[in-house]
Write a protein that binds this ligand. Structure first.
Ligand code: 7FY
Ligand code: CA
Ligand code: ZN
Length: 164
């Protein structure tokens, strides 16, 4: 299993793979949403994320429903939980699963894929939920303003605290 030694960031060049696509969106919109979600975190850390195809990657973006593969967690149909991700300490580290029973969009119509993906990637980088209702890592989905830069100082402090 790929060692993702993230805390302290001995490894800063990270890779991600989009394993499959949701039928809700154009594939190009999924690619852009995921790319933007990683860019948001690389803007506030020394981390860089590059996309790989058909190879081992640090992060896997997967659209699944209900019980899926050998994942220890399952999804719950439309609404409820929108996604889940595993922290670097977890054997499933790097997995970012999105519930394909949701309606995914690249717009302000819920649920905006980029926003949810940024939140889940925050978890995959090791961030826990925030108590700050304005924070991206807050446990309840809401449309953030500005949508292209949804991080708050709380989120930035959280991820930078994990740095060297
Ligand atoms: O580990 C968990 C368990 C439950 C979760 N609930 S969720 O999937 O409905 C979810 C909630 C809020 C967000 C979110 C919060 C702020 C901005 C964007 C998305 C994303 C997913 C999210 C999550 O990451
Ligand atoms: Ca759901
Ligand atoms: Zn899963």
């Amino acid at each position: 299993q790929y060692v993702l030694a993230l805390p302290g960031w001995e490894k800063t060049k990270l890779t991600y793979r989009i394993v499959n696509y949701t039928p809700d969106m154009k594939q190009a919109d999924v690619d852009t949403s995921i790319q933007k979600a990683f860019e948001i975190w690389s803007a506030v850390t020394p981390l860089t994320f590059s996309r790989v195809y058909e190879e081992t990657a640090d992060f896997y973006i997967v659209f699944v429903t209900g019980a899926h593969g050998n994942c220890p967690r399952r999804f719950d149909g439309p609404l409820g939980v929108l996604g889940h991700a595993f922290p670097p300490s977890d054997p499933f580290r790097g997995n970012v699963h999105l519930d394909d029973d949701e309606n995914w969009t690249a717009s302000l119509v819920q649920f905006n894929l980029m926003l949810v993906a940024t939140h889940e990637i925050g978890h995959a980088l090791g961030l826990a939920h925030s108590g700050d209702p304005r924070a991206l890592m807050f446990p309840n989905y809401k449309l953030m303003e500005p949508i292209d830069f949804p991080l708050t100082q709380d989120d930035i402090d959280g991820i930078q605290l994990m740095g060297p």
